[in-house]
Design a protein around this ligand. Sequence first.
Ligand code: SAM
Length: 277
Amino acid sequence: MAHTPEQIRTILAAEGRKANRALGQNFCTDGALLASCVDAAGLDGLPVLEIGPGLGALTAPLLQRASRVVAVEKDAALAALLPSLLPSERLTVVTGDILRTDVGALMQGEDFALCGNLPYYITTPIAEQFLPMLPRVLLLMVQQEAAARFFAAPGDRVYGPVAILSALYYEAARLFSVPPGSYYPQPDVESAVILLRRRDDDALKALPAANAMLRFSRTALSMRRKTLANNFPRDGRMSALLAEAGLDPAVRAETLPPETLAALCTAYSADDARDVR
Ligand code: SAM
């Protein structure tokens, strides 16, 4: 149920409003594209947490596939409006900032899918907050530049925690490019729809805990020009682990593939655990 630009202007004007650019409000006007995205995600029966439902363009197809949709919207006026635009017992609208929301409580500890046409100004914080939670599926519409962060390879300028977690814990695919003309108001750049599906339990068991991996990647890459070892406490432990792994002691983390960083994270955490005992 995507609206046309004219309809969006009318709905907002009735509230005495215009789209709020500071909140990244670029409403999607391509209902067919959103329906295709939701179909491709294969959400059947999963509860969905939607980030930034706005006027419900994505919420509508999600409601057709998901067992229920919990939609968190920071703009209180839009959050108040949404239930009247999309009346459904399976929709819960929460007013709030997604980065400060207790998601565990909202999703009642159930496996869930995370979906959203993301406000561009917080795409990376959202990714870093949610990737370690290991939702079963993530279906995200993001600006092209932000999409690149999910698929970056070692050595790429934007290779970092988002790419590392995506590669390790998920099968990730770019579904569609979306031109600026598919939004109102139009953003300056192209967007992309990306789909991440959590790897199976056996694959996950062989990996460090996703939260530990996020912390490790952040530390390893905190000063990109420094060597990996120098981004850790200078107690010789990381240097010893690099030597054990047969890696150059002066290696920089940004050149190492996710699997190597995961192995180092596991070894470093095991070392930590020995220290504690
Ligand atoms: N889902 C709608 C669509 O596709 O047309 C709107 C997408 S618009 C790109 C982003 C939405 O996120 C807006 O409704 C905006 O108000 C909301 N938003 C911005 N910052 C947010 C935050 N921190 N937490 C939750 N929602 C936020």
